[in-house]
Design a binder for this molecule. Structure first.
Ligand code: SIN
Length: 297
């Protein structure tokens, strides 16, 4: 199906498309919004260039996709807690926020539909974000491994990133200087999700494990799980499943957190980068079994 109201230009073979012909400072009419939503479902990540939006306009556009999430460990703007600044200062030589392959907050029972990131300040070079298509990650597994994973669940937790351990924030989190992040024992809570989830809008299966929050397979120990999780996490981000987005001030990316992973590259020490992130609440991941039951009912 073609698009009448917007321009959609893929940026890579695997996923990601730039959308042209919209000014996100203005409300979108329903037909234009429906095309934007279709482009999101078809491309997994949509990008916009040269936008100038206030936090209110950011929220107005993001709010067309669903309810807002407020991050439990990272502070939002004082006036808009739903807008989370993602900042690395020029003199911060530490780790960066989101600087490893992950899907956002999969330690929730209902992990987000997606996050919308708006660039206020972008480095002259570096600081790109990479994305990886988890439909392709699933589709390219062997039939034997697909059959096994279709029936498995994975335990997710925020413990490695936001738990009260020496390594948590130091290793995985942002430099304390750039953002307000807390750790806590509540990060040790666990939740179980299917290893493979069915995305209702496309009817496609996506691999749903990530090396940041997936701890082990349900009913397996961490030691037993590690070799297979390591294999899947490496496989999930093979170069041919990815795209890479070069930021400029005014760029926006909105990713489908259900079927794509992302990784913010930390290769711009000495330069400042500032983003605003708004995250949209998602549904409970649907397992293949749940999907078959729903189809039979
Ligand atoms: C994130 O994981 O939300 C941060 C992504 C980025 O800064 O590019």
């Amino acid at each position: 199906m073609t698009y009448r109201k917007i321009d959609v230009s893929p940026i890579a073979g695997a996923l990601g498309a730039e959308i042209g012909g919209v000014d996100l400072a203005q409300p979108l009419d329903d037909e234009t919004f429906a095309e934007v939503r279709r482009a999101f479902d078809e491309n997994l990540i949509i990008f916009f260039r040269d936008q100038t939006i206030t936090p209110e306009q950011h929220l107005a556009f993001a709010g067309r996709f669903g309810e807002f999430d407020i991050h439990p460990f990272v502070a939002g703007l004082p006036d808009h807690p739903e807008v989370m600044p993602v900042i690395k200062e020029a003199d911060d030589q530490g780790t960066n926020f989101g600087g490893l392959w992950h899907s956002d907050v999969t330690f929730y029972e209902r992990p987000p539909l997606g996050s919308m990131l708006y660039a206020l300040d972008a480095p002259a070079y570096g600081g790109d974000t990479m994305f990886a298509n988890q439909y392709l990650a699933y589709d390219t597994l062997s039939d034997g491994l697909k059959d096994m994973l279709d029936g498995m669940t994975v335990v997710h937790s925020a413990t490695r990133v936001y738990g009260n351990t020496d390594t948590a924030i130091a290793k995985y989190g942002p430099g304390a200087k750039s953002m307000q992040v807390r750790t806590g024992d509540d990060a040790n809570a666990t939740v179980e999700h299917p290893a493979v989830r069915l995305i209702p809008e496309t009817g496609r299966k996506a691999l749903f494990v990530n090396g940041t929050y997936a701890i082990r397979f349900s009913g397996w120990t961490e030691a037993e799980s590690k070799p297979l999780l390591d294999y899947l996490c490496d496989h999930a981000v093979r170069p041919e499943f990815t795209c890479r987005f070069r930021w400029r001030a005014g760029s926006i990316a909105f990713w489908d957190n259900r079927c794509a992973q992302h990784n913010a590259l930390n290769d711009y020490h000495g330069q400042r980068r500032e983003m605003h992130r708004v995250t949209i609440v998602g549904e409970r991941p649907m397992s293949i079994r749940d999907g078959s039951r729903a189809a039979a009912a």
